[in-house]
Design a protein around this ligand. Structure first.
Ligand code: PLP
Length: 437
C-alpha cells in the first residue's frame, strides 16, 4: 500500500521536476497519475480507479490495453522493431490496405506520418503541389495540429501565437446553436454558411485556392455535427473552382461517430483524408493521408518532396492491423453507433432537461458535447472558473472528462457499456446539480 502510494508520489515529483507539458503553464503540472488501464478504465499506482470518458485526447477508441492490439505490437517487436521507409514491409502494406479498403473508391494509397498534425501538413503539401496554388481555407472553429501549416490552419486560440506560415485564410463553418449567420433552422444555417464560404472563395480569388480543409465533424471545437447539405455544398463549391477538399478525420474517424469514417454519413467524397488517433487508438504514434488516385499519380514520375524517418514504422503498422481487425471482428464501430443512440443520447437528453446549465446536447456515436451556459436565454458560455471547478469535481468522483472551453465532451472509448454510461451520467448529474444557473 505504502509502496504503491510512494510510486504515485515519485511519478509526480519526477514529472514536476523534468517533464515539460503541452499547451500549459509549467508552474501547474498535471496531478493525475495513470499507471495502467483496461477497456474504459484506468488506475493509478495505488489502485485508484477512473472511468475514462475522455478516451485521453479522444483517441483511445478501442479502449485501453486491448489484448489483440498489444499482442500485435509485441509480435511485431519480436520480429522487427524498426525499419526505414524506403523498404518493403508486409505490416505496412497490410495496414495501408485495411485503411484504403474503408476509403471511397479511387483512393488507393496511404502516406504514413507520425500523427495527425503532420498528416494535415502533408495533405496540404500535396494539395498545393497538385493544384499549383497556395491558399488553404479552413474554419475558425477547428484544430488541425501543432506544426507549421497545421497550426496556422487551426482556427482556435492556439493558432494566434504560432502564425508563421503563409497562405492561410479562415472562415466560419455552420454551428446553429451559436450561429454566425442569424439562422434559426439547420437548413438555414447550412445555406447561409455555404453562401459565406462562396463569398470568401470569390473574395480571395478562386484560382489562388489549393484546398478547403475541414474536420468532417469539428471535434475540439465542440462536436459540431454538420447540418444537412453543408458538406455536399462545400464539395460542389470546390469542384466549381478546381479546389481540393481535404477532410480531417483525425478525431472523428475510425469509429468515433459510429461509422468508419465520419463522412460515410454524408453525401461527400474528399480528395485527401487525414487520419490518426482512432486508427490504432494511439498505442503507437501514427497518422497518415489517404490519397486520391489522381493526386497520387502526380508522383508516379515526379519525386514527392516529403518524408519521415518513421513513416510506416512497423510497430505502428502492426498496431493498425491489430486494432482495425479487432474493431471489425468485435463489431466495435457498430457498438459505438448503438451505445450512442440507445444509451448516451437518452441519458444526456434527460440530463439537459434537468439542468439549465446544459444549453445544448449534440453529437452521435461516442462523440458528444454538453454546451454549458451561464444563461440559457442568452446562451452566454459558463465562465472558465466554474467550468474548472466542475472538471475538478468530476475527476474527484473517479470520472475523467474531456473539457474544452465551456464544454464537457462525452467521448468514451467505442467499447463503453450502457452501465458505464449510467455510472458517468450519475456523476455528471451530481456535479451539475451543484451549479447555480
Ligand atoms: N486534427 C484533429 C481534428 C485533431 O483533433 C488533432 C488532435 O487533437 C489533430 C489534427 C492533430 O493530431 P496530433 O496531435 O496527432 O498531431
Amino acid at each position: 500500500e505504502n509502496l504503491t502510494a510512494d510510486l504515485d508520489a515519485l511519478a509526480r515529483e519526477l514529472d514536476a521536476a523534468h517533464v515539460f507539458h503541452s499547451w500549459s503553464a509549467q508552474g501547474s503540472p498535471p496531478q493525475l497519475v495513470v499507471a495502467s488501464g483496461r477497456g474504459t478504465k484506468v488506475w493509478d499506482h495505488s489502485g485508484r480507479e477512473y472511468l475514462d470518458f475522455s478516451s485521453q485526447l479522444v483517441n483511445v477508441n478501442i479502449g485501453h490495453q486491448h489484448p489483440a492490439v498489444v499482442s500485435a505490437i509485441r509480435e511485431q517487436a519480436e520480429l522487427l522493431a524498426t525499419i526505414g521507409p524506403p523498404t518493403v514491409n508486409l505490416a505496412r502494406g497490410e495496414a495501408a490496405r485495411r485503411i484504403t479498403d474503408r476509403a471511397p473508391e479511387g483512393m488507393n494509397k496511404v502516406f504514413f506520418t507520425n500523427g495527425g498534425a503532420d498528416a494535415n501538413e502533408n495533405a496540404i503539401r500535396m494539395a498545393r503541389l497538385h493544384t499549383g496554388r497556395d491558399k488553404v481555407l479552413s474554419t475558425y472553429r477547428s484544430y488541425h495540429g501543432n506544426t507549421g501549416a497545421a497550426i496556422v490552419s487551426t482556427g482556435d486560440w492556439r493558432r494566434i501565437p504560432n502564425e508563421f506560415a503563409r497562405g492561410h485564410v479562415h472562415f466560419f463553418g455552420p454551428f446553429l446553436y451559436r450561429s454566425e449567420f442569424w439562422a434559426t433552422t439547420p437548413e438555414e444555417e447550412s445555406e447561409r454558411a455555404l453562401r459565406h464560404l462562396r463569398r470568401v472563395i470569390e473574395a480571395e480569388g478562386p484560382s489562388t485556392i489549393a484546398a478547403v480543409l475541414l474536420e468532417t465533424v469539428p471535434g475540439t471545437a465542440g462536436v459540431l455535427v454538420p447540418p444537412p447539405g453543408y458538406l455536399a455544398g462545400v464539395r460542389e463549391l470546390c469542384d466549381r473552382h478546381g479546389i481540393l477538399l481535404i477532410l480531417d478525420e483525425v478525431m472523428c474517424g475510425f469509429g468515433r461517430t459510429g461509422r468508419w469514417f465520419a463522412f460515410d454519413g454524408y453525401d461527400v467524397k474528399p480528395d485527401l483524408i487525414s487520419f490518426a488517433k482512432g486508427v490504432n487508438s494511439g498505442y503507437v504514434p501514427v497518422g497518415g493521408v489517404v490519397i486520391s488516385d489522381e493526386i497520387a499519380a502526380d508522383f508516379d514520375e515526379q519525386v514527392f518532396p516529403g518524408g519521415l524517418t518513421y513513416s510506416g514504422h512497423p510497430l505502428a503498422m502492426a498496431s493498425i492491423v491489430g486494432a482495425l481487425d479487432a474493431m471489425e471482428s468485435e463489431g466495435i464501430v457498430d457498438h459505438a453507433r448503438r451505445v450512442g443512440a440507445e444509451a448516451i443520447a437518452p441519458a444526456l437528453t434527460e440530463l439537459a432537461e434537468k439542468h439549465a446549465v446544459i444549453g445544448e446536447v449534440r453529437g452521435e456515436g461516442v462523440f458528444w458535447a454538453l454546451d454549458l451556459v451561464a444563461d440559457p436565454e442568452t446562451r452566454e458560455p459558463l465562465p472558465a472558473a466554474e467550468v474548472g471547478r466542475i472538471k475538478g469535481a468530476i475527476v474527484e468522483r473517479g470520472l475523467l472528462p474531456f473539457v474544452a472551453e465551456n464544454r464537457i465532451h462525452v467521448v468514451p472509448p467505442c467499447v463503453v457499456t450502457a452501465e458505464e454510461v449510467e455510472q458517468a451520467t450519475a456523476i455528471y448529474d451530481e456535479v451539475l446539480g451543484t451549479v447555480a444557473v
